[in-house]
Design a protein around this ligand. Sequence first.
Ligand code: ADP
Length: 588
Amino acid sequence: MSFDDSNVESLRERLRAIEAQLADRNNHVARLERAIKEMEQKVKEASETQQPASEISEMEETLKRMVMRVAMILQASKCMFMIYDADNRELFAETPALGFEDEQVKGFRVSVDGTLSGECFRENKPVILYDAETDERAMAEGLAGIGVKNGLCVPLIVERRDEETAKLIDRKTIGVLHVFNKRYGNIFIEDDVQLLERMAKNTAAIINMAESYRQVVKERDEAIETIQSLSMGLLMVNKGGRITQMNNSALRIFGLKKDELHGGKTFDQVIKDEKVIDLLKRALSTDGEVADELTLSDPDSPEQVHTFQIQSAGVRTDTGEVIGTAAIFNDITEIKNVDKMKTAFVSTVSHELRTPLTSIKGFISTLLQDTEGFYDNETRHEFYTIIDTECDRLRRLIDDLLNVSRIESGKVLELNVADVDLRKVTEKAMRIQDSSTYKRENHSLAYEIDPEVPATIEADQDKIEQILANLVSNALKYSPKGGEVKVSARMMGPEMVQFGISDQGMGIPKEHLTKMGERFHRVDNRDTREIGGTGIGLFLVKNLVEFHHGKLWVESEVGKGSTFFFTLPTTQPEDTGEGGSLASRVAG
Ligand code: ADP
């Protein structure tokens, strides 16, 4: 080969070109170095702040910029990172990614076994993908399906070092970082591996922080959701008295709106009740723990008073320092009421049992003492009749008590369903009540059954008799000044009979109307106290009606009288019990 001028010239030109390329490359490397430095600074800044980023959106922005920078530096048109899910042995893609739709990213999940991403993760080493359409590992992952042609994948490794000695404390692989589709039709080469690995270190640190931040936010959101859904009121106050948390139930208890808490209000600025303020002050001045019982009036209807059991506990830091108090407000009004009712019930039942017993005992003693035959036969018969009636009263009371306890314990009450002649049953009930102890001379009893009501309906005769006996007896009992007690029945639609038992008695105050039929519930005033009772009759009636798939309700006006209504279907649903009887279970 001879070197003539033109050869030398062309060689010089090539040298100049190489020099220019080298300068270019140096510039490129310098740019990369700067970019990496910048990123390292970001990671440092982020890890220095206590919380990874004050807002999750800020974290997302950092991640987005980082993904773009990685793609730019590696000249890739797509970039995506995947996180390891140990529970399912899978890697899943996370947003933000470059060159993919968000939906594509969110649904992208691959097994750790048999896939390209999995191999990179498992073996903790980079993998270059030359052709997504022929590489089996890429095919197992469906990379071509999301527009991938070629790529490079490196593990995302998080290292934890001792702050002083910089010695490595912990090292774990949290996922993989992908760049795909090298620009200008090129493929990724060994040179790119080193570059991406270096970037992956910082990327891993940021992603790791973002992941733990997301986890913290998720846990916090879940905790808030749980607190919000509590039926108990929950109030958290910090040492300075500022409300840090108040759930919906607590807002309701204190009659507050959420926006009234804005601006870091202290509890004594929003809570009006002195007793609650005092309790919270006590909690804050001690170690946060106070237990008490308070009554508060309902903010929506101030005449209603609720009893709350309040328990507060200190909110502590990891080191045990008390930084506030968390108080739970548990509404125990219902429990208290049942307690009160039970106490009242025991005393009324004792009274109700004692009355017939006293009378039985009195008449028997009288008869026993009469050894000389002072009383004639007629008088004796009268005494025996009274004893007999009082024994019936006692038996009824005990039967009622037994039925209540049966219903209470959720036992099955059997309905012996047969064709019941409503006219006959009503007539019988009226006849029996005509000799009731509550029947006065100025009472009149009447009944009227509409001709449309069928001759018979499917029901349990004994129970229908019990329902009518209770309601008619109450009608007489609670109209001590007399008046008409009338039973009427008519059709309500083609398959429902509606009964009404009306009286012209004392009536029922409005606030008690919805409570009629609750166990042990009695209207407590001078008149009803004089009359006496246990508050279980209507509870039984309501249950017996409901066993028949009917309903009980009442309309009443104080001083004018009441009408108790109940419905009965003409037929009962298919037999669910044995031997032709239908069994219904009492709910709750
Ligand atoms: P008791 O009569 O043994 O107290 P009930 O369960 O039969 O129990 O009735 C519950 C309460 O409902 C009664 O205490 C009474 O206050 C009220 N009540 C029931 N029926 C009537 C009525 N017809 N008129 C007025 N008040 C009634």
